[in-house]
Design a binder for this molecule. Structure first.
Ligand code: NAP
Length: 251
């Protein structure tokens, strides 16, 4: 009997937490679709690294906040692997530090389009393929939230925090909606993690500045988040759905 090799799509899989998830998932035996939006070199390098370890992987360019791109991304996975077993809704952005009374509508629309609508569109496409109600064989979705959803990120980016609050509600709602269809939906809430996202929000020294205020006196690593994601994707979490797991070092 041939063993089916599971397929995982990781949005924003080219760098940071997403790349750590791709590496660990490849080790766990998944074939990987690595989504990215602009940094092709990083995505290509990651796929080369995974393939060198003997695991099938490919890059798929697309902005999760653009519906046509999302459709194209999932069609590319259909063509390449012909099945889907898991989605990690990891692609996400912050913006520059600002108070709410300084935020433009354009900023808010971009934040919600990528972080919230993007995740919901990707989950929609995944459910269309994995739900037993639609002829699929089941699967798992892991959404990447943030402890900002609980802390609110006042003075930094309340809009980002609100977008992650939406991810938490979406996780609980979708989990219950598809619970009888073989699809589990969970979320991970990272705390401060050492990735390039802080520099992209204009705060390259964020980790160094906040370190001493964190309960463990250090930021987390992308790997520490990825281990939690892999657990929630795995059959070991077969009775876990609608859960939101803090990976925040006690913050
Ligand atoms: P990162 O290092 O900035 O990497 C972001 C990844 O997302 C990159 O692969 C990037 O692709 C991709 N991406 C960005 N916008 C996209 C879009 N519109 N469509 C598709 N892909 C897109 O970020 P990270 O720190 O790993 O964060 C990953 C997730 O964890 C995010 O949802 C973030 O909110 C969440 N999180 C992070 C932290 C933290 O402290 N780092 C804490 C809590 C939650 P390119 O390479 O092409 O640019």
């Amino acid at each position: 009997m041939s063993v089916v090799q599971k397929v995982l799509l990781v949005t924003g899989g080219s760098r940071g937490i997403g790349a750590a998830v791709c590496r660990l998932a490849a080790k766990a035996g998944y074939r990987i679709a690595v989504n990215y939006v602009s940094n092709r070199n990083a995505a290509d390098a990651l796929v080369a690294e995974i393939e060198a370890a003997g695991v099938e992987a490919f890059t798929v360019k697309g902005d999760v906040g653009v519906e046509a791109d999302v459709l194209g991304m999932f069609e590319a996975v259909d063509r390449r692997f012909g099945r889907l077993d898991g989605l990690v809704n990891n692609a996400g952005i912050v913006d520059v530090k600002a108070r709410v009374d300084e935020m433009s509508a354009a900023r808010l629309e971009r934040m919600m389009r990528i972080n919230v609508i993007g995740s919901i569109l990707c989950a929609r496409e995944a459910v269309r393929r994995m739900s037993t109600l639609r002829g699929g064989t089941g699967g798992a979705i892991v959404n990447i939230s943030s402890v900002a959803a609980v802390l609110g990120a006042p003075g930094f980016y309340v809009d980002y925090a609100a977008s992650k609050g939406a991810i938490d509600s979406f996780t609980v709602g979708l989990a219950r909606e598809v619970v009888e269809e073989g699809v589990r939906v969970n979320a991970v809430r990272p705390g401060i993690i050492e990735t390039e996202i802080h520099a992209s929000g204009g705060l390259p020294d964020r980790v160094a500045q906040i370190k001493e205020m964190l309960p463990m006196k250090r930021a987390g690593t992308a790997d520490e988040v990825a281990h939690a994601v892999l657990y929630l994707l795995s059959d070991e979490a077969s009775y876990t759905t609608g859960a939101i797991l803090n990976v925040s070092g006690g913050r």
